[in-house]
Design a protein around this ligand. Sequence first.
Ligand SMILES: Cc1cc2nc3c(=O)[nH]c(=O)nc-3n(C[C@H](O)[C@H](O)[C@H](O)COP(=O)(O)O)c2cc1C
Length: 259
Amino acid sequence: MGYNVAMKILVLNGSYRPEGTTTELARSFMAGAQAAGAQAQMIMLRDRGIGYCTNCLQCYGFPGEGIAPCSLKDDMDELIPRIAEADGVLFASPVHNGFVTGLMAVFWERLSWRAARPAGSFLRSMGIASRLQDKVRAFGAISSAGGFSERLRRFCDDGTPWLKSNAPLILHGQWVGDMYAGAELERMPQTGPDWTRIFFLRRLSAGQRERARGLGAAMAEAIKSGRLEPTTIATILPPPLRWAMDLVAALRPPYRVAR
Ligand SMILES: Cc1cc2nc3c(=O)[nH]c(=O)nc-3n(C[C@H](O)[C@H](O)[C@H](O)COP(=O)(O)O)c2cc1C
């Protein structure tokens, strides 16, 4: 199936530095997406008013159709419809404490139950379904680290797996790729004090920019292909594994009744 209307790709950037490495990589990503025919726009979350979730549960309990309401009135009311109208969304974040930035996490707290609802049960635990099922979207992530190299990604990139398990299910779509820009250095540290300044020695390489560009092109091509599949709780596990795990859950229910 061809794509005959303009593809819209949205970059949600959780960096605190508008000219930092995450932003530079996000720009390369957008250039790749644009070269492949997509419209790409970036939103710096730091420039928006995004208050802390109060856990009032108005969104969680909303039974209606579409984006659930929120008791806070701020820029989330503009940002969530921007996600809903997008064909692809890239989450870009620096690695902070081995995870995404606090800003990105705050954004997700405000997003999740407005964009998804509790639905059915999954392995005898709570199920979840997207409220944004009008189209199937492409998702990806870029994380940029200042201390740990590419080879050490597994020790410091818990953000990407977390985004990968949440975005396709909550925002309805498929994960198309991600990139970890590990620390590459201006020069090898020579002394003890040098090692303590490693964030300042960090430089983006041409190869990293090129990978970000490639990810942008890949997302646009995935949208163009028309073959993206939605992720639901039914598709997370292959059926035989799900039946086996459901049997285990029946024999050993995940909840206990509090006494
Ligand atoms: C609070 C804080 C925590 C950080 N934690 C990590 C970390 O766990 N691992 C790492 O490799 N770099 C860490 N860094 C370095 C950043 O990932 C790095 O500076 C990154 O390039 C920042 O992205 P930016 O240029 O878009 O601001 C941390 C930086 C800060 C300020």
